[in-house]
Design a protein around this ligand. Sequence first.
Ligand code: PDD
Length: 289
Amino acid sequence: MSRVAYVNGRYLKLSEAAVNVEDRGYQFADGIYEVIHVFDGRLIDAERHLERLARSLRELRLPAPMGAAPLLRVIAEVARRNRVREGLIYMQVTRGVARRDHAFPNPAVPPALVVTARRTPPFPASAAANAVAAITQRDQRWARCDIKTVGLTANVLAKQAAREAGAAEAIQYDADGMVTEGASSNVWIVDAAGHLRTRELSDAILPGCTRAALIGLLDGTGVTLDERAFSLAELRAAREIFVTSATSFVKPVIRLDGTAVGDGTVGPVTAALFDRFAAHVRGDGRNAR
Ligand code: PDD
């Protein structure tokens, strides 16, 4: 079965789906995107992703290509045509096609919308099955990392550095030695004093939908969150480290720059939060669209 993409109003075979060479996403990375996890045919945390999409559009002064309800219908149709019951949805909006000129096209052109879907391996059976190694590296990105733009050059280089080091994620830190986030994830630690920490929201990190969902799931776990940035030294001294994203869920980091984190196995807080998030994904009533 060939895969199908939605491109500006049409459903096309992926091999035939294309955008114009003067699309501003292609020439300027002048666009934004979202990635949504699909489990059992449901979009996980759909509302959060659509709200963030709307925010990214506003921040870049991009017009919305369509309203939330028709967009959800397109997403469902792309998932259906690709027979994706477990996988991910990718969607991207750019400022459209115009003769190359840095400033916005005048008169404005319609935004370009692309939606694709693909299957992913089954949801990990346990936290341990989802554990990875990570490296650290200086954050080289721009000053508005809170916007989910398709301008990902620094993230690409960070991820490639991780891959070449035999790791799955690059944990980035700023000029003050404070951890920002992963190349494609938010970062959490259980610090040396036993407190769960993740950096507070600002323009330095993406407001992760998985991050927000997990914060909402802490109730009743006995775990309290200290939403406060931590340093590279605190990261190295952490009892537990994990990262979150729509594609990695709660992902334990058990080696950092080649050294074991804690005793090198998944810690108890990470394991409990993995289970809690897995229940959320499997559908404990909070994911209804
Ligand atoms: N990335 N920070 C960055 C830089 C990210 O790219 C992502 C997600 C996150 C986590 O956000 P969320 O929990 O909403 O997925 C944090 C997606 C998965 C990607 O680029 O493929």
